[in-house]
Design a protein around this ligand. Structure first.
Ligand SMILES: [Zn+2]
Length: 375
């Protein structure tokens, strides 16, 4: 159906025919084949939240899509749904270089701030927003920090299982080097070698593994990883996602991974890693539209901070920092629900990216006039 017919008052949304045309009529249908095969009556959608700064529009688009996809799954398939957000409190809070070896060390948000302050950050950046999306869609949600996830028995068992398969996994999780580093914070000071280059696997089995690592202050220390042991497990991005998704696969629900489309190449590798496990199938994934700068690069906190994000005049401050939205949070959530619902109105509108200029046009913000001031 033509989008204009459904929304005659809004600026036209025009997208090229997508690869999935005629095969996929609604993006939630990506879930259907696995749901039919597994027979689950419950679907848990997994998405992420960054806690290393206020979210930008791209992050909020992905999260809004998670709620709307969950609602669509409930309506189309008659299943119970939940959106579960993983808060990446393992993001580096501070970084330091060892003067002797030149090795990079970091301490995480989770370690430096502690659970209570991480909880406050998540609440401040996302709490009200998620509550609005949840109320509007009737979809419940949960937030779980990486610190909590990695401490669980299932995570540790899956981490140990990945070590046992590492001869196969190493070239999938690190195709260029075959090296998949693991890092553990020093138990005395919390500094952790970012690339784990001096972390040594001493022994590994199904029940426990032993490592040696080096702190830039305290020298060598030993780490035991077992289902009941306390050591914090730091993994590379792909390895971490593999272990998290293996854990999600254990639940009595179909896990669905929702990520921005920039994740597609990385997920290709995680999928391949899944196939290294006997009889395992990777979870269904839904990729959401990425918000782009004028150059076609996705909005990135790092590039924004460096002033290298190539942003058009149509890029308003709230697109880079949601807390700058000039109005109540409810209005921001409503705006996003309307915008992402239009993106979801046809797969061709969902399987593409949007520049900040195009988002401004779609939500009826006029571009700045010739004087350069707001139009
Ligand atoms: Zn130390």
């Amino acid at each position: 159906m033509n989008d204009d017919a459904a929304h005659p008052a809004l600026p036209a949304l025009v997208s090229p025919v997508s690869v999935t045309a005629d095969a996929v009529l609604h993006s939630a249908d990506f879930i259907r084949p696995r749901l039919l095969a597994s027979g689950h009556d419950r679907v848990v959608l997994y998405a992420g939240v960054q806690i290393n700064g206020t979210p930008h529009l791209g992050t909020n688009v992905m999260q809004t899509a998670a709620f709307l996809l969950a609602r669509a799954a409930r309506e189309r398939f008659g299943v119970r749904v939940l959106v579960r957000f993983g808060a990446l409190d393992n993001a580096p809070y501070e970084t330091r270089r060892c003067p002797e070896t030149g090795s990079l060390y970091e301490r995480s948000f989770g370690y430096v701030l502690g659970a209570a302050r991480v909880g406050e950050l998540v609440g401040r950046y996302y709490g009200g927003f998620f509550d609005e999306l949840s109320a509007a869609t009737g979809v419940p949600y949960e937030v779980e920090t990486y610190t909590d996830q990695q401490s669980g028995r299932a995570f540790r068992e899956e981490f140990l299982a990945s070590l046992e398969l590492m001869d196969r996994l190493r070239w999938v999780l690190a195709p260029s080097s075959g090296t998949v580093p693991v890092s553990f914070p020093c138990p005395r000071c919390g500094w952790s070698q970012k690339h784990g280059e001096q972390t040594e696997l001493l022994s590994a089995g199904a029940r426990e593994a032993h490592f040696a690592a080096v702190c830039l202050e305290h020298g060598k220390y030993l780490v035991e990883v077992a289902p009941g042991a306390e050591a914090f497990i730091g993994l590379t991005t792909l390895h971490r996602n593999l272990v998290k998704e293996r854990v999600a696969d254990r639940e009595d629900a179909l896990p669905v991974i929702v990520k921005g489309a920039d994740w597609a190449p990385g997920c290709r590798l995680v999928d391949e890693a899944f196939l290294c496990y006997p009889g395992a199938l990777p979870p269904p994934r839904v990729f959401t539209p990425v918000v782009l700068s004028d150059s076609g690069a996705k909005l990135s906190k790092t590039l924004i901070r460096q002033g290298a994000a190539d942003l058009s005049e149509a890029t308003e401050p709230w697109m880079l920092d949601a807390s700058a939205w000039p109005g109540p949070r409810r209005e921001y959530a409503r705006m996003l629900l309307g915008l992402v619902a239009r993106m979801l109105s046809e797969p061709r509108h969902f399987e593409r990216g949007y520049t900040t200029r195009e988002v401004a046009r779609l939500i009826g913000r006029r571009a700045p006039g010739p004087s350069g001031g707001p139009g």
